[in-house]
Design a binder for this molecule. Structure first.
Ligand SMILES: *Cc1c(COP(=O)(O)O)cnc(C)c1O
Length: 343
């Protein structure tokens, strides 16, 4: 079994974290003269640095103990904090599997972390044999798996095989897991102390503007993440919005259901269009399609304007289309029909 402490950066292990007024005394009642707050107003108080009320609700919903949960300012903060506790700049390296989410690369660059890239195979799956050979030579300290993967949309089939050959920290980014029929890795997390599962309120929960991401991991990892984050990383208004959303998880299920129906609608319409050469399998709230000339179609749609994501630079002649409202998708299909007539 992997000893987590051995993977923590030396300076983080030795860190004495900032102790905020609100973490030293955390009762709700009293005369608060400890944090130099203004006594007047609605948002005059610092928020709970550990978001206990929210974690209680997430814990019930996900059946994961509270001390296994971290909340960040979007998944971006979750990933950044993980790099900052595990990866020594200019020394340790990160393994990623393109085509995948662009932020992994950017965050590693900001943190001066070397990046190893092994491309997914033609089915956008992990090439296990190639990874094995690579790991005989290189020892990346961390790997990030995106499941379902963005921008391809598919789920990764061989995560366990990968975990069996990789001796390091593994982040599984499950931003789109709520749209998938396949189970979350959360069920297996207790068997893998080296794995961090990251999820978000930005997609299925419809709260991208609120900027909250979740990480689930062994309490030792969560402790270090808490020590490194900004003390008040989730604002008071945002904590209130989250609490309210978490009281109605069935609303989220309804939204997911609608989006999945819209996804089916869009796929059935697009499959009749000659302009669409291929629709890749998806477990997410978007589809990747292959076309004859992605740049041209992208630009033609922009004139409407309909904005899709041009992924030509990553996967030749592909567009990534988010599943919007049915009314929006109908307009998209109509415009694609018109564009194909003019080709
Ligand atoms: C959208 C997305 C996220 C969510 O990021 P937030 O910072 O939580 O909004 C995370 N990972 C992937 C792969 C995504 O596509």
């Amino acid at each position: 079994m992997i000893e987590i402490q051995n993977f923590i950066k030396e300076n983080v292990k030795n860190l004495i974290p900032y102790s905020s007024a609100r973490s030293e005394f955390n009762g709700n009642e009293g005369i608060f003269l400890d944090a130099n707050e203004n006594p007047y107003g609605i948002y005059n108080r610092y928020p709970d640095p550990y978001q206990k009320n929210i974690k209680k609700k997430i814990s019930q919903l996900k059946q994961i103990p509270e001390n296994h949960i971290f909340l960040g300012n979007g998944s971006d903060e979750v990933l950044d904090v993980l790099m900052r506790i595990f990866l020594q700049p200019k020394q340790d390296s990160l393994l990623i599997f393109p085509p995948t989410y662009g932020m992994y690369d950017v965050l590693a660059n900001i943190n001066q972390i070397d990046i190893h890239k092994i491309s997914l195979n033609s089915d956008f799956q992990l090439p296990i044999e190639e990874i094995k050979n690579f790991l005989e030579v290189h020892k990346p300290k961390m790997a990030i798996l995106c499941n379902p993967n963005n921008p391809t949309g598919n789920s990764l089939d061989n995560i366990i095989e990968f975990l069996n050959i990789f001796e390091g920290i593994v982040v599984i980014d499950e931003a789109y897991i709520d749209f998938s029929q396949k189970p979350s890795f959360l069920n297996q997390l207790s068997n893998y102390p080296n794995v961090i599962v990251s999820q978000t309120f930005s997609k299925a929960w419809g709260l991208a503007g609120v900027r909250v991401g979740m990480a689930f991991a062994h309490p030792v990892i969560i402790q270090y993440m808490n020590a490194v984050k900004y003390p008040y990383n989730i604002s008071l208004p945002n904590q209130k919005i989250l609490e309210k959303a978490l009281d109605n998880p069935q609303k989220v299920q309804k939204k997911i259901h609608k989006i999945l129906e819209n996804r089916k609608f869009l796929i059935s319409k697009l499959s009749h269009l000659p302009i669409i050469q291929k629709i890749y399998p998806t477990d997410a709230n978007f589809i990747l399609v292959k076309v004859e000339n992605a740049n041209f179609i992208y630009k033609s749609l922009l004139e409407i304007p309909i904005i899709v994501r041009n992924r030509h630079s990553q996967i030749p002649n592909t567009l990534r289309i988010t599943i919007g409202k049915k009314s929006e998708l109908k307009i998209l299909v109509q415009k694609l029909k018109e564009i194909s007539k003019n080709l």
